[in-house]
Design a binder for this molecule. Structure first.
Ligand code: ZN
Ligand code: ZN
Length: 380
């Protein structure tokens, strides 16, 4: 607060206090400096690093989003032409990469909460902006997760409200495609969320069970192997319905998914989330069987094969998991630690497909071949 202090002063390497705080992962200090006018896009560093780059390198997702919220530019490159996302990927901070690539400012959504031009009322009622923003910012694209996010907010469980939301999502999708720096990834994400919201509307119109039936349909596994067919078909349909058929991303997704028989790997979900989120689908296998949330640490106590993030998720899944649980128990007894998940050839095909989908991964890759091989071998 003292005017004599130069908040953007530089040290001998051209680093500002904000850069230091971001690099060292000090969230409180970053907040304090930003509140007092620290320049988030200062680019005087000797190698052209910005505070966002340092945040990405630190691996702290909260600081990374703080920089973005403060208006950090994502396209600034350092002295060797790398963006913040590419640098974070290079050191293996994939959660930060996801945060940077998926950033969407609340201001952009709030634009629709004010009447524009001759409009008498805004396209989006102001009370829907926050809950919708939470859905837009999700880094877990599992349709069950998105429906649960809708369900947890009573203002959204309403046909009229959801219609307003998906109309705005469609407008944002169009904007992402037509804007000067076209962003196909964000456009696809907007379109996909819009499709899930439409699905919610169609279920709300048919029944009055507040979306329970939709969650069940999405989770229901087929009798032969428990594969969630409805979910797979739904995601494929969403991708197919993307309205801008000349988009390269759409063509790549269709090319990757179309030849795969339903029930085989890769699933439409894994291809889509790899393309949109850049997630390392193979390396971390601890995803919740119900909502796809990362870091699931609760196991079905009977088969010990099914993973969940919470008791609520396990309960939701039980109606369909119980049909598979018994055979999974047998498998567990037969193979003990050796449950086959992917055949090596399939794994390698999937990896090459994933790399193909995300050229950034190739340039800056930390996708180490050894890691993949190890993982494949473990799963043989
Ligand atoms: Zn879950
Ligand atoms: Zn089980």
């Amino acid at each position: 607060a003292n005017n004599d202090v130069r908040i953007n002063c530089l040290d001998e390497n051209g680093m500002t206090p904000l850069m230091h705080a971001a690099y060292k992962g000090k969230a409180d200090m970053c907040r304090l400096l930003l509140q007092h006018g620290a320049d988030v896009n200062c680019n005087q560093h000797e190698y052209g690093y910005t505070a966002l780059m340092f945040a990405g390198l630190s691996g702290k997702t909260d600081i990374t989003s703080m920089m973005l919220d403060a208006g950090a530019e994502r396209d600034i490159v350092n002295s060797v032409g790398r963006t913040a996302a590419q640098m974070a990927a290079f050191v293996g901070q994939h959660d930060c990469v996801t945060v940077i690539n998926n950033f969407f400012s609340l201001k952009r959504l709030e634009y629709y909460t004010r009447p524009q031009g001759l409009e008498r009322e805004p396209k989006l009622p102001p009370n829907l902006a926050r809950p919708l923003y939470k859905i837009i910012m999700t880094t877990n694209l599992n349709p069950v997760k998105i429906v649960l996010l809708v369900k947890e907010n009573p203002v959204l469980v309403d046909v009229a409200a959801l219609e307003k939301c998906y109309q705005v999502m469609d407008l944002l999708c169009k904007q992402c495609v037509t804007q000067q720096d076209m962003n196909e990834v964000l456009a696809m994400k907007m379109h996909y969320i819009s499709c899930v919201l439409r699905k919610c509307v169609s279920f709300l119109q048919k029944r009055d069970d507040t979306l329970e039936a939709l969650v069940k349909n999405l989770l229901k596994g087929r009798d032969s192997d428990g594969f969630p067919q409805y979910q797979e078909k739904f995601i494929r349909e969403c991708i197919r319905k993307f309205p801008y058929c000349e988009a390269t991303l759409l063509q790549e997704l269709v090319r990757s998914i179309a030849p795969v028989e339903i029930g085989n790997d890769p699933t439409a979900f894994s291809v889509l989330s790899q393309a949109l989120m850049g997630q390392m689908a193979l390396v971390d296998a601890d995803y919740c069987n119900t909502c796809g949330e990362k870091g699931a640490d609760k196991r079905c106590s009977l088969c010990k094969a099914a993973l969940y993030c919470s008791l609520a998720c396990q309960k939701l899944h039980w109606f369909t998991h119980k049909k598979m649980c018994y055979s999974l128990q047998e498998q567990d007894a037969d193979l003990e630690e050796d449950t086959p998940r992917l055949k090596p050839l399939k794994a390698i095909k999937l990896i090459s497909l994933l790399i193909h989908l995300n050229p950034q991964t190739v340039q800056t890759s930390t996708f180490k071949e050894e890691t993949c091989q190890l993982h494949t071998i473990r799963n043989l």
